[in-house]
Design a protein around this ligand. Structure first.
Ligand SMILES: Cc1cc2nc3c(=O)[nH]c(=O)nc-3n(C[C@H](O)[C@H](O)[C@H](O)COP(=O)(O)OP(=O)(O)OC[C@H]3O[C@@H](n4cnc5c(N)ncnc54)[C@H](O)[C@@H]3O)c2cc1C
Length: 391
């Protein structure tokens, strides 16, 4: 297990810190700390401009291979960048899904033509993506997707409904899991299509969440079209690609986030001190436990960094996802208990406070990217060798 950083990594950290803190103190001060979970409606145009600035300076896709326009940086340096981004209170990323999910998927599974067409827009921060997996009857049971795609000449025609599609209202493109073979069993009948969002055959209906804002949406496809070549992997072979994307969603991109949680814990501790709550012995213990949990998260992230270079990562990413999602949800509950009765009150006409948003949004952490129960199934079957769940 590597617990330290090399001199080269430290130099990289300084470079990232300087760039981020300078920009966020200067022309992009307005977006500092904005646009995170529960605040995703805030300052979209300004945050889109921030994406372009990140792209211009080469801070998007830093881990992608150089031949595809990335910087080919090590996983450790990617995590360092995430950490510094958080430390500098960088805004919620509009291009999160393109950079974190679709880009790495195309690098691994895309054709040369797809890489040439789609990676530059992500790297420049000019094309935004959303993820069209879930449907009303296909969440944990993802292989049950019913959205259909049929060939009509040189185009796929798509009909069906997706749900919980994050950031669809701002996306230019969606990667959509579609059933392309209704005679095949569930898994081999699915294809992974890249579909332009701004077209007549697509309707987006935002879903207002418990935070009062709409991060995700229902997306209806009614004869939507995309070119025949926009299928990633084999036709009917999209399941493998879809699982590749999920590994990116559960894995490396989340390794740097404990610093974000630490920022939240710092705020909770400040509030506890200000309100004289640190005399409460139970609350003191819970604050200390939260700090310990974040330390464990950090060590687990560092351990994962070493392990990620090797072997099958799926069980490890499941342990990581299960742990951080549960820790974050408890952190939200702690924040509410520290706020006491004020937790339930929003200032008139004001947005929710950061800690209220933390509490409400963190309920989702144990659901998206595979729920806690699903992660436990993976750990049970693949780590502990328990009998497979009956299907
Ligand atoms: C904030 C947020 C953003 C999201 N963004 C997107 C997005 O951008 N794109 C997208 O496609 N989807 C997105 N999702 C959807 C997410 O992937 C699904 O919610 C998730 O896969 C769970 O599916 P479900 O909601 O249909 O619940 P279900 O699968 O119906 O599960 C309901 C409950 O049953 C449990 N359960 C189900 N199957 C099993 C089993 N085999 N064993 C044990 N327990 C089980 C689950 O753990 C859960 O508690 C998002 C969700 C959230 C909360």
């Amino acid at each position: 297990m590597e617990l330290g950083f090399s001199a080269q990594d430290d130099a990289f950290r300084r470079e990232a810190r300087t760039w981020l803190t300078d920009r966020l103190a200067g022309e992009f001060a307005v977006v500092r700390g904005r646009g995170g979970p529960g605040d995703e409606h805030a300052l979209f145009d300004e945050r889109a401009a921030w994406e372009r600035a990140l792209g211009d300076a080469g801070w998007i896709g830093i881990g992608w291979p150089r031949e595809y326009g990335g910087r080919g940086l090590s996983l450790t340096q990617q995590v360092i960048f995430y950490e510094e981004y958080t430390r500098a209170h960088g805004p919620g990323r509009v291009s999160l899904i393109g950079e974190g999910l679709l880009g790495p998927t195309l690098v691994q599974f895309g054709t040369d033509e797809q890489k040439r067409r789609f990676l530059p827009g992500i790297l420049a921060g000019t094309e935004f993506w959303c993820q069209g997996y879930s449907e009303p009857n296909a969440g944990s049971d993802l292989a049950n997707v019913q959205t259909r795609a049929e060939l009509d000449g040189d185009e796929w025609v798509i009909t069906g409904q997706k749900v919980w599609t994050s950031l669809a209202q701002w996306a230019d493109w969606c990667f959509v899991l579609c059933r392309t073979n209704r005679d095949a069993p569930p898994h081999p009948g699915i294809s992974y299509l890249l579909v332009p969002m701004r077209q007549a055959g697509i309707e987006i209906r935002p879903i207002v969440q418990i935070t009062g804002t709409a991060e995700f949406n229902e997306v209806f496809f009614d004869g939507a079209r995309t070119p025949r070549a926009n299928v990633v992997g084999e036709v009917d072979g999209g399941w493998k690609v879809a699982m590749g994307t999920l590994a990116f969603e559960r894995g490396a991109s989340t390794l740097g986030q404990q610093l974000h949680f630490e920022n939240e814990l710092t705020e909770i501790v400040e509030v506890a001190k200000k309100r004289g709550r640190t005399d409460d012995p139970i609350l003191r213990q819970r604050l200390a436990d939260a700090w310990i949990a974040l330390r464990i998260m950090r060590f687990n992230a560092l351990r994962s960094l070493t392990a990620l270079q090797h072997a099958d990562m799926t069980p490890l990413t499941s342990v990581h996802k299960l742990y951080w999602a549960s820790v974050h949800r408890r952190l939200g509950e702690l924040a509410m208990d520290v706020l006491g009765a004020d937790a339930g009150v929003a200032d008139a006409g004001e947005d929710l406070g950061a800690l209220q948003r933390l509490f409400l949004y963190s309920r989702a952490d144990t659901i998206y990217g595979g729920s806690n129960q699903i992660q436990r199934n993976v750990i049970g079957e693949r780590v502990l060798g328990l009998a497979k769940e009956p299907r």
